[in-house]
Design a protein around this ligand. Structure first.
Ligand SMILES: [Zn+2]
Length: 134
């Protein structure tokens, strides 16, 4: 095991621990320096990416505590992307309505409470709430 200072692509420096053969470690460090941004910049990039995607879809601003909102933003993006991906080939027009229903949830708590739900769970819940389920 060894500790190394890595200067990421973004210019930030970070101390990391690496294991394994010396040659492998050196290769890993070089790869990280050429290809990765540091943890702070990575988080900032993710937040930006989520905000841009949310804005493109006109998603509502979330309500709740600052901490809840920060967490829920990630969950919402992940769940909506997953739902869309999983249902991309479904031609039933109900899917569009379910996506709208899902996207309309503005309470951070909803997303946090449903963080373990799969796209099927959301599909079922949406069908129920929209009155499609008989
Ligand atoms: Zn950085």
């Amino acid at each position: 095991m060894g500790k190394y200072n890595v200067t990421y692509k973004c210019g930030h420096e970070c101390e990391i621990e690496l294991f394994g053969k010396t040659d492998d470690r050196r290769a890993k460090i070089e790869w990280m320096q050429d290809n990765q941004v540091g943890p702070t910049c990575y988080r900032a990039q993710q937040t930006e990416r989520i905000a841009a995607a949310d804005a493109a879809e006109n998603l509502p601003e979330l309500t709740g505590s600052e901490k809840q909102i920060a967490w829920a933003l990630k969950i919402r993006r992940e769940k909506i992307d997953d739902f869309k991906k999983q249902t991309a080939k479904v031609t039933d027009p109900k899917i569009k309505e379910i996506i709208e229903w899902l996207s309309g949830h503005a309470e951070a708590k909803f997303w946090i409470d449903h963080r373990f739900d799969t796209f099927q769970d959301f599909g079922r819940l949406g069908m129920e709430e929209l009155g499609f389920a008989k």
